[in-house]
Ligand binder design. Structure first.
Ligand SMILES: C[S@@+](CC[C@H](N)C(=O)[O-])C[C@H]1O[C@@H](n2cnc3c(N)ncnc32)[C@H](O)[C@@H]1O
Length: 300
């Protein structure tokens, strides 16, 4: 039943772990917990938990009295999440392999359901109905999904740009990615901003709420010390390399070995130039702001 499609063909462990670590930073704890209505002593289900970054945050933020359950269809993610929770001594989390549309849980068994960037990939109605089934009366089902149409990225003049050659190699490497996404329904069910709260209504949820969270990632933000600034840049490079390695495994014939080495060298050079600005103490204000929409409803 489980598989490793997501972790091997779509997004790797590093990509999800590092990007979520940045999104769910500890200084956003109160914001996330209040928007999702999560408090200690709750049993919380994170559906499509991936490698588990959010479950670990909730476990730390809410403490031992809470119980956090992560479910994902990808066996590699579940294995990784289990091992990491043990290593971090987080005893209030458990992980199960399972389908979001057929959750391996009893009716009325959790206080809250959350999911982060999962609804985009599964039939929305079935996804919500299954959460309504497992959530206790008065429990809240919260769906967080990305709004790429509201994405902001600055491109200051000083930002080291991708060379033509880098772009050419990337195009060649990733040319089949749309096909892979299509084959595995990635992004097939992106919710309509009006349609989703309507669907909550139609399915009988109460107290429906719309929220949004803006997540800036700004290297030069003065709250980051130099090590943190460099960690953001290095993490972005690691994520990029992981995507390149995954694409290389999937499309064995697209880049020659020499081209792959050349591509990585070009990215490393660009990364080093960006790191150079930090070493010089110079801010260049390249940043992104991601918009997450949250739609939630209460079970009767
Ligand atoms: C974009 S990732 C998000 C992972 C995690 N929520 C996070 O933000 O780090 C989407 C996740 O949904 C999982 N997924 C997709 N369809 C699923 C299904 N039908 N049942 C269970 N998990 C599913 C994938 O395996 C993947 O881990």
């Amino acid at each position: 039943m489980g598989n490793d499609i997501w972790s091997t063909k779509i997004q790797g462990i590093l990509n999800l772990d590092l990007s979520r670590e940045m999104r769910f930073r500890d200084d956003r704890k109160d914001l996330f917990l209040s928007l999702l209505g999560l408090t200690e002593e709750m049993t919380i289900l994170d559906i499509g938990c991936g490698p588990g970054a959010i479950t670990r945050k909730l476990s730390k933020w809410l403490g031992e009295k809470s119980k956090i359950i992560g479910i994902d269809r990808d066996i590699e993610f579940v294995k990784y999440a289990r091992e990491k929770a043990i290593k971090m001594n987080l005893h209030n989390i458990s992980y199960f392999e399972g389908d979001a549309l057929k959750l391996p849980l009893e009716d009325n068994s959790v206080d809250a359901c959350i999911s982060h960037t999962v609804i985009e990939h599964v039939p929305n109605k079935e996804f919500l109905l299954e959460q309504k089934r497992v959530c206790k009366p008065k429990g809240r089902v919260s769906v967080i999904y990305a709004r790429p149409d509201k994405y902001i990225r600055t491109e200051p003049d000083l930002l080291p740009k991708q060379s033509k050659r880098e772009q050419e190699l990337l195009d060649k490497l990733f040319k089949d990615n749309d096909e892979i996404d299509k084959e595995y329904n990635v992004g097939k069910y992106w919710p309509d901003p009006v349609g989703l709260p309507r669907l909550f209504e139609e399915l009988g949820f109460n107290n429906i709420q719309i929220d949004a969270i803006s997540i800036p990632i700004a290297i030069d933000d003065s709250r980051n010390n130099n090590d943190e600034k460099m960690a953001i840049i290095r993490s972005e490079k690691e994520q990029f390399f992981e995507s390149i390695d995954m694409a290389t495994c999937l499309n064995k014939n697209t880049l020659l070995d020499d081209e792959l080495i050349e591509l990585k060298e070009l990215i490393t050079e660009r990364t080093n130039q960006r790191l150079g600005f930090i070493k010089e103490g110079k801010s260049i204000w390249d940043y992104t702001i991601l918009s997450l929409q949250v739609v939630s409803g209460m079970v009767d």
